[in-house]
Design a protein around this ligand. Structure first.
Ligand SMILES: [Zn+2]
Length: 456
């Protein structure tokens, strides 16, 4: 089954409306394999219906945060994937099988990366502790309908349908024990990953107060993760009894930068105008100068961006990632030597930064140094293996290097990561044609094709 899932879901929901068939499916626990398939089909349907934030800085920031938490979890049961949906409402949700979605509205509402990490960690526990499989009504069909229905309800349109979807999700609601486990394990992973566990409490307290002040218009996240003072009390106790502490050393938080990128996507002209006014009020302050530089860059005003970023660097050379921004800007102003110098400075401080490697790869491409470009993209892939764009660019670089076997191979990897299974198999078959019959590489490719076909 490739793409018909979404159509199927809508048809079935409508059918349910007609015959009131809620609650009918027999209980049967999902296997891990089934969960992974549901995850993929959900992603395929979601890509057709939802708008994703496709910005390397946002995607790689979230991916990096999530990988850090997964490292703390240790026993990873699923091929996790993380996505940011362009949607102002405050929400986050997990789909069985390890796909986790954050709304951009959630990122806009958190005050620190630690707060965002607390939500990510909570959702990871729901998946990794197999909460979905333990839901009593968790047959395949209800699971898919419930999850799809609730989260795609806003785009489905008709209110009745949305209401029905919410009713279905009630069947899928996690038990209080599951919520408690997600909270408790979540904060301990948070602490182990070097985030501040107290951030989970801060975030919940703020949401709680906001809801008290404005009970109407409660964000969707609170519908699926009911927030009570008991839940907050439990979390506070859990942090205390486990002796979880704030990390002693901290990097400068990148959340402000990420929020700015998201804001700029929503309404670039208005945001740049606001940044310009803020800068005019404090022309000698480093951060407003820097932010305006980012605003100019996001709207393609590269000369203005260069002026602001260089000025910010003079005012405060310690702004994190400033050299990365400068390097990227110099690519656009055709000052390639300066771009190299900026990326070198950045990589000296943060050798593992996938975003710097990505921009450096683009710089090498511009210089037609495709071998070096491929090297940079391989580094991106090393730090962010599930980000499809790195594989796509690698495929392009190898095509330029006249290595069609590798070119098709990496293109196939990018299709796989985008769940375009047919195209992935196509590209793998093409890659296979470029290898000798007894080459080990050919064996790898053939095994991969077989595994994809078996996974259906
Ligand atoms: Zn939850």
């Amino acid at each position: 089954m490739r793409m018909p899932l979404y159509g199927l879901a809508v048809v079935s929901v409508v059918a349910c409306l007609a015959v009131a068939c809620l609650g009918a499916p027999a209980a049967h626990a999902l296997s891990q394999q089934e969960e992974i398939r549901i995850s993929r089909e959900f992603r395929q349907a979601a890509r057709q219906r939802l708008k994703f934030v496709e910005d390397p800085e946002v995607e790689l920031y979230v991916d990096g945060m999530a990988r850090r938490i997964l490292e703390a979890v240790g026993n990873i049961r699923y091929p996790y994937r993380f996505f940011v949906i362009q949607d102002d409402s405050m929400n986050a949700f997990a789909v069985p099988g390890g796909s986790i979605f954050l709304h951009s509205g959630l990122i806009e509402r958190v005050e620190t990366s630690d707060e965002l990490a607390s939500v990510v960690a909570h959702e990871i526990v729901h998946v990794n502790a197999r909460h979905f499989a333990r839901l009593s009504s968790a047959s395949d069909a209800t699971m898919l309908l419930g999850v799809l229905g609730v989260f795609l309800a806003p785009v489905l349109g008709p209110a009745a349908l949305a209401g029905q979807a919410v009713a279905m999700s009630r069947q899928l609601e996690f038990s209080r024990q599951m919520e408690e486990q997600a909270d408790n394990l979540g904060v301990s992973y948070l602490a182990r990953a070097g985030y501040d566990p107290q951030a989970a409490v801060d975030f919940m307290n703020r949401l709680y107060q906001e809801r008290t002040l404005n009970p109407v218009g409660s964000p969707p996240y609170l519908m699926t993760h009911p927030l009570t003072d008991k839940r907050i009390g439990n979390l506070v106790a859990s942090i205390r009894t486990r002796g979880l502490r704030r990390p002693r050393f901290r990097d400068v938080d990148e959340i402000h930068r990420v929020k700015l990128v998201i804001e700029l996507r929503n309404d670039p002209q208005a945001v740049v105008e606001r940044l310009r006014k803020a800068h005019d009020r404090h022309p000698e302050a480093a951060m407003p100068t820097y932010s305006l530089g980012i605003g100019y860059a996001a709207t393609g005003r590269w000369i203005g961006a260069r002026a602001m970023l260089e000025r910010a660097a003079r005012l405060n050379p310690a702004i994190p990632n400033l050299d990365r921004d400068l390097g990227r800007t110099y690519i656009h102003t055709e000052e390639l030597a300066k771009a190299h110098a900026a990326f070198d400075r950045m990589l000296k401080r943060k050798p593992d930064d996938p975003i710097t490697h990505l921009y450096r790869g683009q710089l090498f491409e511009k210089e037609s140094r495709f071998r070096q470009a491929a090297g940079s993209y391989l580094r991106v892939r090393q730090f962010a293996p599930s980000w499809p764009e790195a594989a796509r660019r690698l495929g392009y670089a190898y095509r330029k290097l006249n290595q069609p076997g590798k070119a098709h191979y990496y293109l196939a990897q990018s299709y796989l990561l985008r769940d375009e299974i047919g195209k992935a198999i196509d590209s793998l078959e093409r890659a296979a044609q470029h290898y000798e019959p007894d080459s080990p590489r050919l064996q790898v490719i053939e095994d991969e094709i077989a595994a994809i076909r078996a996974g259906g």
